[in-house]
Design a protein around this ligand. Structure first.
Ligand SMILES: Cc1cc2nc3c(=O)[nH]c(=O)nc-3n(C[C@H](O)[C@H](O)[C@H](O)COP(=O)(O)OP(=O)(O)OC[C@H]3O[C@@H](n4cnc5c(N)ncnc54)[C@H](O)[C@@H]3O)c2cc1C
Length: 400
């Protein structure tokens, strides 16, 4: 039986969150863009509302709510902050907090998760390096046993949230090679603290959009980490990290849909009041047809994304769903949503004429923010490779 409705609790969660966003988030958008950060009091308000890392278990201060509800949060936050800064801040910590909660040691979880939940430290993911992103098997960063713990050497780049981790404290769920000759079967996942860690040097990059969250990298120069910072088993990191990526990708698809929905709303308001050739431009079928097509695409993106997160929930709870089915569902949503959202926002700019091209118009923010997601947390092309792999079979992968 198919049921496309949200639960009463989910509907209430959405209503409360939309009110919170209207009152607390929307009035701060210009300030966030100007100051290039999310104000501390807003982070605190999000934490007080139970939003930050909401999917972690109650034991560490979370709500342990399902992935679909996290998707609602991602969508609503993007509807309010179309620059995608706050949504990125939310989804990154939610996905990686969840993963750390699932695979981290008790000691590590106790050290990291409560502070992340309270908005007092940042938790992100670091797999990408200056020379590799999609091709994780070619990663150069190494982790090796060292006495009672491990030593890590390498460099990560194009990483979200480095200033937050450096300033507030916190760190990254990080992937490195432990047994290089085993390729992806020889990678380990661990927690790498940033602030005040000897051997860590943070670098910064300027993003095209998402001004409220920082971007950059860090050098890792023989950094010693204790044994309990390992996340999951040694040499299983490549497989574990993808569980986090799948959760993040599902939420990203809804972030893009949320931002595009806001642009459609803005554009429709404009089209109704803007007059040309003696009537409102909303009356012209040329615009109506494009609007209808874009709306349908965003609705399709939402359905793909919610289905992907629903499957993710089922699989995580031990349901009869394979990991590969989840990977494919998530990849389909992440493959289409950023592109459809980008095109929709671009159309919404066009329908608002010259005003649409001005900085005063919100759509330029949304366009720049959504654009990041054809790359961040896995490129569009990699999503296509995943879908094709599941359709054709692994033996047709161009590489192994
Ligand atoms: C805003 C932003 C935030 C990010 N935040 C983080 C973060 O927090 N943590 C983190 O670890 N990384 C982060 N990334 C990095 C992101 O994960 C990578 O950009 C992404 O995985 C692609 O890697 P790459 O940039 O090295 O491109 P490459 O892998 O070098 O690929 C370059 C191009 O070739 C395409 N390509 C590669 N291989 C194939 C193939 N086999 N077939 C067809 N096409 C292919 C890619 O899709 C891409 O278009 C972020 C990126 C952005 C833009």
């Amino acid at each position: 039986m198919l049921d496309f409705s949200f639960t009463e609790e989910q509907e209430l969660f959405r209503t409360n969150l939309r009110r919170f966003c209207r009152d607390r988030v929307v009035p701060r958008l210009d300030e966030m863009e100007r100051e290039r950060e999310i104000p501390d009091d807003l982070i605190k308000a999000m934490a007080d509302m139970g939003l930050i890392a909401m999917s972690i278990s109650e034991k560490y201060g979370g709500t342990g709510l399902d992935a679909v509800t996290a998707g609602i949060a991602a969508e609503e936050l993007a509807f309010a902050d179309t620059s995608c800064s706050i949504p990125a801040f939310f989804l990154i910590q939610n996905a990686w907090g969840y993963l750390l909660d699932k695979y981290g040691t008790q000691e590590l979880k106790g050290e990291v998760l409560p502070m992340v939940r309270r908005g007092e430290s940042f938790l992100g993911v670091a797999t990408t390096e200056p020379d590799i992103g999609s091709d994780l098997a070619s990663m150069k960063t190494r982790i090796a046993k060292d006495g009672d713990g491990y030593v890590v050497k390498g460099e990560k780049n194009y990483i979200s949230g480095v200033r937050e981790a450096e300033r507030h404290g916190g760190g990254y769920v990080t992937l490195a090679k432990m047994t290089p000759e085993l390729g992806t079967r020889g990678m380990s996942l661990f927690y790498l603290p940033i602030k005040g860690t000897p051997g860590i040097k943070v670098t910064y990059l300027e993003e095209l959009g998402r001004e409220g969250i920082s971007w950059g990298g860090f050098f890792i120069d023989d950094v010693h980490i204790p044994r309990h910072y390992l996340i999951g088993e040694e040499n299983r990191g490549f497989y574990i990290v993808h569980e986090g990526y799948e959760f993040a990708r599902g939420m990203i698809a809804l972030v893009c849909a949320g931002a595009a929905a806001k642009s459609l709303e803005n554009a429709m308001n404009y089209m109704k009041q803007r007059q040309a050739f003696g009537q409102a431009i909303a009356r012209y079928e040329g615009l109506q047809f494009a609007l209808a097509e874009d709306y349908a695409k965003i609705e399709a993106a939402r359905l793909l994304a919610y289905r992907a997160l629903w499957l993710y929930d089922k699989e995580q709870k031990g349901g009869n769903i394979s990991r590969f089915e989840v990977s494919k569902a998530v990849a389909m949503a992440k493959m289409l949503s950023p592109i459809w959202a980008f095109d929709t926002i671009n159309d919404a700019m066009q329908w608002q004429g010259a005003f649409g091209y001005s900085k005063e118009c919100q759509e330029q923010r949304a366009l720049r923010g959504v654009r990041s997601f054809t790359l961040a947390e896995g490129s569009t092309e990699v999503m296509k490779l995943i879908v094709a792999r599941e359709l054709l079979g692994r033996e047709y992968l161009a590489y192994r």
